[in-house]
Design a protein around this ligand. Sequence first.
Ligand code: TYD
Ligand code: MG
Length: 455
Amino acid sequence: MAKPVTLFVCSACGATHKKWSGRCDACGDWNTISQETPLSSGPGKTALGAMKGKRIGLTDLRTEEDAPPRRTSGMGELDRVLGGGLVPASATLVGGDPGIGKSTLLLQAAASFARAGARVIYVSGEEATAQVRMRAQRLGLADSSVMLAAETNLRDILTTLEAEAPDLAIIDSIQTMWLDTVEAAPGSVSQVRSSAHELTTFAKRRGVAVMLVGHVTKDGQIAGPRVVEHMVDTVLYFEGERGHQFRILRSVKNRFGPADEIGVFEMTGMGLAEVTNPSALFLSDRETPAPGSVVFAGIEGTRPVLVEIQALVAPSSLSQPRRAVVGWDGGRLSMILAVLEARAGISFAGLDVYLNIAGGMRISEPAADLAVAAALLSAREDVAVPHDCVVFGEVSLSGALRPVSQAENRLKEAAKLGFSSAIAPAGCKIGADSGVKVQAIADLPAFVGEIFGAG
Ligand code: TYD
Ligand code: MG
């Protein structure tokens, strides 16, 4: 008999360690590591003993398989993020900060799927059925044929789902579920992992689509959604700034469709409203041309989105000036500042730099580099970029501008929203019919000279 192995697992990222420590090496979080006994002792010599397993059936890869039939909800933004609808026998994780609107989104989704003819069961481990019903009333969904339950015991839930065989089961949230076979508190890494495992295998076995809600937690008291990301087919994150009404549903993993797709919603008094034209929304509070404000023509997933990038540059009283970023990568900002200094001779030493993406949007595309550089220069020189101009392009360390993908689509979106000119890298493939006058620029010094007359 092998000695039982004990492991130390981080509740934030799921990394395993041989011994306890105060800080997880993998994700850098503090106080998130706790001791666990694994279900099987891993690849040790004695794990399976001498007993033989049964032979498993193998099938030929070349067998024709039909594309999975998808079920659409009628909520266009949700269907798009799912890759064109919900796939049966799949598990989807919807993660997000507490209070961001996950329960609201999934209740609305449940009602939409039910209206489209699906049998939907919504299990809440956090709210009583009366509470869910009240929320449904507020959202104007009280008459939809969704079956509700308030339960956290996974054995009972699975028995019920097995008997009812719904098309879609929603579990809100995975951190409240517990299995009586696992000796750990609900919300611990082993409970969350085992519960997710049971639910995903149930989904595959019975052809049921399962959607799990997962709270993102910072304090490590309960395990975050990261520990189940690898088990599910699709991972969606629901994000947004607390003070803003915009919410973005982003697919970060999708076994049945493109990842990095976004759906945009607006939180209203009547629940989440779909935003079918996000560019108009993100640009809606733009007033007269202002120094430091630049419109970036971006691509999110398969869709072009215009967003406003704002920069503020002010003399600093600190020995180490501030570099504050909201909605973009701080490391990338430092890189742009360094390239501006080294290649175009424009220094931000002694200046505080603030960068903000308007509307609570978060951008990860490198194509935003040039727009960020433009916003920084515009703020520093106190010169506004023309009001009707969009900017995009990647900046390389040499100061050269690199072409980016889907230039055509970016320009079409800009034209649609009334912009008449664009600044883009010289190498971009651009047809003549985009409706926008394109100024193609080869490198950062040329950009600085031509746009701001500085250098
Ligand atoms: P909720 O869906 O409960 O968040 P989560 O499940 O992610 O924890 O949403 C809670 C917030 O949404 C709450 O602060 C109030 C707000 N809200 C509205 O603004 N309008 C609405 O119609 C509803 C139902 C909620
Ligand atoms: Mg909730």
